[in-house]
Design a protein around this ligand. Structure first.
Ligand SMILES: Cc1ncc(COP(=O)(O)O)c(C=O)c1O
Length: 467
């Protein structure tokens, strides 16, 4: 089977000012923890060389040579700050529960299938989006449904994000109980879970999303001063009010005039970007999304309504966006990891993808032109990619991982629950590194990441999945 190879544009530029440096307080607390756990700044190793952020943080903190904490002043538009959006202060967050790795140092010693998280690629992706948000003068509220991981969210906070986006109340519960105090549940509110939402909203600012009068009635009946976004359909046609409709005005007015609720503004998600043919169409979708929102806000403001903020975004549209004038915040999620789908869309290159599945050949039937992997639907997910761009595949094989090169013709072409069929024969016992088609869905099948730097395993982070 021959797989269509996409043409990749260059990845997002890294800004001239570089990634922001974490605050001295943060570094000191990491350093203190690292020292107390026997991982001093000189790298005294107790099963885990602290890679990525933690190692750097430990060394810098211990030397006392940190750049000062850069407050949100520089990163966040005054408009949002004036509205009372809370700024995370990483100093108040509890220490991450770092899992120690006992006696395992390279990926060749891991049981397969294993979910690998490349900390250097992750950090580059997080930094690039933070830089882009800064350059385009919008706040960044990352969607954590992609990673569901406290350590990754903490790094996003260090890089200056303003609050987080979650897709489930489980995520809201977990992240709020670990100190993240400003969350948008970017899903049409589930009426039978408003009491649960209320409990969570006692300990953090929980922002909800509605697109119906019934949901507004139910929230008002709860008597809790929930923050509420009005969901707008900017062309995805999944949920949200038609931006040209009278309903959009009516619901916005109800929220703005509500004696109970706090109107946060208009929120949309350009999921139609996943149907784009390439970067030029992505750019057009991003611009359309921006224009729809700015025009609706202008209309509502002309009708006398205060529209506090506009929130937009999807990873592929934001990868291509050139202007976000009039927009206040963006909510990308997948950008943390990227995946095969994003590379096919032209939002990244395979070498930017931070999550891969480490798998073994378990069977090679005699005479077959294929072999069987231990990575099936529960290790990769059943997402077979954007059908307008590629043949259905559940993952592609890295030919040369460090160079970011995919094999031109080896892919997981069929799956059952635990079996994956690789489109090339390989000897039993061979290990392969697979690029998943949709990293968000892949990650949701695992309990933990093996955090790696090159082929070395440097840590183990929990994936907080649940409903
Ligand atoms: C409402 C909403 N906002 C933001 C996102 C983030 O999109 P992406 O993962 O493409 O960045 C999603 C993803 O499904 C979403 O549903």
């Amino acid at each position: 089977m021959r797989i269509v190879s996409p043409r990749f544009p260059p990845s997002l530029p890294v800004s001239a000012h570089g990634a922001p440096v974490a605050g001295s307080e943060v570094k000191r607390s990491f350093a203190k923890r690292a020292m107390s756990e026997g991982n001093g700044p000189t790298g005294a190793r107790s099963g885990s060389r602290l890679g990525g952020f933690c190692h750097r943080a430990a060394s810098l903190g211990a030397r006392g040579g940190c750049a000062p904490w850069e407050p949100s002043e520089r990163r966040h538009p005054p408009r949002l700050r004036a509205l009372g959006f809370q700024t995370f202060n990483a100093r108040h967050l509890p220490s991450p529960p770092l899992g120690r790795i006992a006696g395992m140092t390279t990926i060749y010693q891991l049981p397969t299938p294993a979910l690998l998280l490349d900390i250097d690629r992750l950090d580059a992706n997080l930094s690039q989006m933070a830089d882009k948000a800064h350059r385009l003068e919008v706040a960044l509220r990352p969607h954590i449904k992609t990673h569901k991981c406290l350590e990754v969210a903490r790094r996003q906070v260090e890089l200056g994000c303003r609050g987080l986006t979650v897709s489930t109340l489980h995520e809201a519960r977990v992240f709020s109980s670990h100190g993240f105090n400003d969350l948008t549940w970017a899903f049409p509110v589930i009426l039978n879970r408003i009491e649960e939402a209320r409990t969570i909203a006692q300990r953090c600012t929980l922002r909800l999303v509605v697109d119906s009068p019934t949901a507004i009635d139910a929230l008002e009946a709860s008597r809790h001063p929930f923050h509420v976004w009005l969901k707008v359909d900017c062309g995805y046609h999944r949920a949200g009010v038609d931006p040209t409709s009278a309903e959009a005005s009516d619901l916005a007015r109800r929220l703005a005039d509500s004696p109970t609720l706090v109107f946060d503004g208009l929120l949309t998600h350009s999921g139609q970007a996943y149907r784009a043919a390439g970067p030029e169409e992505l750019r057009q979708i991003a611009e359309h999304e921006r224009r729809v929102m700015v025009e609706l806000a202008r209309r509502l403001r002309a009708e006398g309504l205060a529209v506090p903020a506009l929130s937009v975004g999807s990873t592929p549209a934001l990868a291509a966006a050139e202007s976000l004038a009039g927009v206040d915040e963006i909510r990308p999620g997948n950008y943390a990891f990227f995946d095969l789908t994003q590379s096919l869309l032209g939002a990244c290159q395979p070498g930017d993808c931070a999550v891969s599945v480490w798998s073994s050949v378990v069977s090679r039937p005699a005479g077959a032109a294929t072999c069987v992997l231990d990575a099936g639907a529960l290790a990769l997910s059943k997402d077979s990619g954007p059908s307008h761009l590629t043949l259905p595949v559940f993952g592609r094989l890295f030919e040369d991982y460090s160079a970011g090169e995919l094999s031109p013709d080896a892919a997981v072409e069929a799956i059952s629950q635990e079996h994956g069929i690789l489109s090339q024969p390989r000897p039993v016992g061979t290990r392969v590194r697979l690029l998943p088609t949709h990293s968000c869905l892949t990650v949701a099948h695992y309990d933990e990441y093996w955090v790696v730097q090159g082929e070395e395993v440097v840590d183990r982070w929990k994936i907080w999945r649940g409903r």
